[in-house]
Design a protein around this ligand. Structure first.
Ligand code: PLP
Length: 355
């Protein structure tokens, strides 16, 4: 059985086995990981290791810090403008799809902030338009959505800009390579590539996190950074699983290796789609996502049959997002190559049977 869900998504099996094995007694403590205190040395070790692994995997030095927060990617749509749009009170947003638009919409709710949409990917969001040159000294940051989970597009090159770059990497965090020190701040909900839902990672320049805007504490990066993300009770279990998944990623060879593996899996499906007489994918080739691949037969009834028959065959959660319909295969880090092969083979069989 393979799970192609867009999120919460499949986690590496060896990690889940380790979680299972040590669930009742965490490292001889006679306590479950679900019971240990976030003020205990046991947790401090987990936190420190998780943070160190994130920075190492992203090839970032100690000019950057990592926060382990709650509220999902969605709360960052609010925290980013509150904390960062403080000099010019103006921010630029690249609108490349639903989540990018949600980020823009939330920023526009902040009083005294002007949030400008600086790109338009058209009604179908099948491309990643170039970001125009933004004038210096006008914008506090430029926000991009690195991978568009619903429409299956992705930035393969970061926009060249002098404005501080902020990225929502929720659906390709640690699964696609970028020059991560080009980001002033990046964030990702954990539930696709890293851990169970309930954890959000924020990686940002320390200098940026240190600028205290006097915001309410739980919305204030500076206050959260000063307390190592434990202003209140943090999601200990999620951070523990993240630490293990990060260790697994290191064993796979780090981001470069896993990104190459993700590309190989995606290429199998795209190659099939490019030669298919039944299925299509509308995304411009240069903008294709390595992690989320939408496709359709063009006939809703046939799509439904495909999804149902795939489920019968052990290929789960292939329904497209409700906004776009059709199908979507999410091939995150923990999806083995065999999962992409199984999907490609099933599509070929379905195509043959429905000529
Ligand atoms: N940003 C992107 C790119 C997403 O794909 C999602 C959810 O799928 C979100 C943000 C929202 O994340 P969350 O559910 O963690 O708030």
């Amino acid at each position: 059985v393979y799970n192609y869900a867009a999120g919460p998504a499949v986690l590496p099996r060896p990690v889940l086995k380790q979680v299972q094995a040590e669930l009742l007694d965490y490292r001889g403590s006679h306590q479950s990981i679900l019971e240990i205190s976030h003020r205990s040395p046991l947790f401090n070790d987990i936190y420190a290791a998780a943070k160190e692994r994130v920075l190492k995997l992203l090839k970032l030095d100690n000019r950057y810090d990592v926060l382990f927060l709650q509220g999902g990617g969605t709360l960052q749509f609010t925290m980013v403008p509150l904390n960062l749009a403080t000099k010019y009170h103006r921010a630029a947003y690249a609108n490349t799809g639903h989540w990018a638009a949600r980020a823009l919409e939330e920023a526009r709710k902040i009083p005294h902030l002007q949030a400008d949409q600086v790109t338009d990917a058209g009604p179908d969001f099948t491309t990643i338009p170039a970001v125009p040159q933004l004038p210096a000294g006008k914008y506090d940051y430029l926000h991009i959505t690195a991978n568009n989970t619903i429409y299956g597009t992705s930035y393969h090159h970061l926009p060249a800009t002098t404005v501080p770059l902020v990225g929502d990497l929720s659906s390709n965090f640690l699964g696609q390579e970028y020059q991560f020190d080009r980001f002033a701040l990046l964030y990702a909900g954990a539930q696709k590539n890293l851990a169970p839902a309930g954890l959000t990672i924020v990686v940002a320049q320390r200098q940026l996190l240190a600028a205290d805007q006097g915001l309410p504490s739980m919305l204030n990066y500076a206050a959260l950074a000063r307390k190592a993300s434990t202003l209140n009770t943090p999601p200990v279990f999620q951070i523990y699983v993240a630490k293990l998944v990060l260790g697994w990623l290191e064993e796979q060879g780090g981001v470069q290796a896993i990104a190459a593996a993700n590309q190989r899996k995606a290429a199998l499906i795209y190659d099939f789609l490019d030669n298919s007489r039944l299925f299509t994918n509308k995304v411009a080739r240069t903008a294709r996502s390595f992690t989320n691949i939408p496709f359709t037969t063009g006939t809703p009834e046939l799509d439904q049959r495909f999804i149902a028959e795939a489920r019968q065959a052990g290929l789960l959660n292939l329904a497209g997002h409700r906004l776009v319909g059709g199908m979507r295969a999410s091939l995150y880090n923990a999806m083995p190559y065999e999962g992409a092969v199984a999907l490609r083979d099933f599509m070929a069989k379905f195509e043959k049977e429905n000529q």
